[in-house]
Write a protein that binds this ligand. Structure first.
Ligand SMILES: [Zn+2]
Length: 246
């Protein structure tokens, strides 16, 4: 996977996960209304027209991935991820951070959960599905830890603010989830073994490959942005990073 330096934004590098998932995210007005449309944010939206971009800051320490948009209609984490990239681009980092703010720009544009009717959090184990290409990038880049950020509606699964993890085969998943839970004040949902209830979640596929991963959820109606939900997703991301001293 080849990263190139981005003109006009020192420190920033980017590459693509795929070239078949791009779309005009700005057509999602519920999302657009909540973004601060500065030059970096506009740049991210422009690059998302051509596929799923992945951005990189820093070059030493642990390699961490902040992932959002696996479900395109879960808006708070996608907005928080863009905000996080905007904040951290100004920092001198002691770790290498990868950001995928919009895993599936097409799903985000359409404000829908699935990509071409496929749930990306049930298909990460299927060769060359869009979320499987994210897994391949994680392996290729030797990313050490993965935070996958979602939102959940009150009547959906899980329906409350939480961090999913598993105790086996990658116990650090459970430790990270407990840390975030204590730090931001949400529940921990843990499974004894990754992927035992359903298959193909990004978190589970990572944990099964020995890469500690968590799924973090904030409460928000699907396809909308509830007051405070972006801030709470942002706090979960910051907490995930602070576990590693970022
Ligand atoms: Zn989700």
């Amino acid at each position: 996977m080849h990263f190139r330096k981005v003109e006009n934004f020192d420190n920033l590098e980017m590459s693509y996960i795929s070239d078949f998932s791009g779309a005009y995210i700005a057509r999602n007005k519920n999302l657009l209304n909540e973004l601060n449309l500065n030059p970096l944010t506009q740049f991210i939206l422009e690059k998302s027209v051509f596929g799923t971009p992945i951005f990189k800051l820093g070059s030493c320490g642990n390699r961490l991935l902040i992932l959002s948009g696996i479900h395109g209609n879960e808006l708070p984490p996608q907005i928080a991820n863009v905000k996080l990239l905007n904040e951290l681009i100004k920092e001198d980092l002691n770790n290498t951070l990868y950001f995928i703010p919009f895993a599936s720009p097409k799903s985000t544009m359409n404000n829908e959960r699935t990509f071409n009717s496929i749930d990306l959090n049930r298909s990460a184990h299927i060769n060359n599905s869009l979320s499987n290409l994210i897994i391949k990038a994680i392996l290729d880049l030797k990313i050490n830890f993965v935070g996958d950020f979602h939102s959940t509606a009150r009547n959906a699964n899980p329906g409350f603010e939480s961090v999913f993890s598993s105790k086996s085969p990658t116990p650090e998943s459970f430790l990270i989830a407990n840390y975030i839970s204590r730090d931001v004040g949400c529940d921990v949902i843990s499974f004894d073994y990754s992927g035992s209830t359903y298959r193909g979640a990004v978190e589970d596929v990572c944990n099964l490959k020995g890469i500690p991963a968590i799924t973090a959820e904030v409460l928000c109606p699907f396809a909308n942005v509830a007051r405070g939900s972006v801030e709470r997703s942002f706090a979960q991301m910051k907490s995930f990073l602070s576990y590693f001293g970022v």
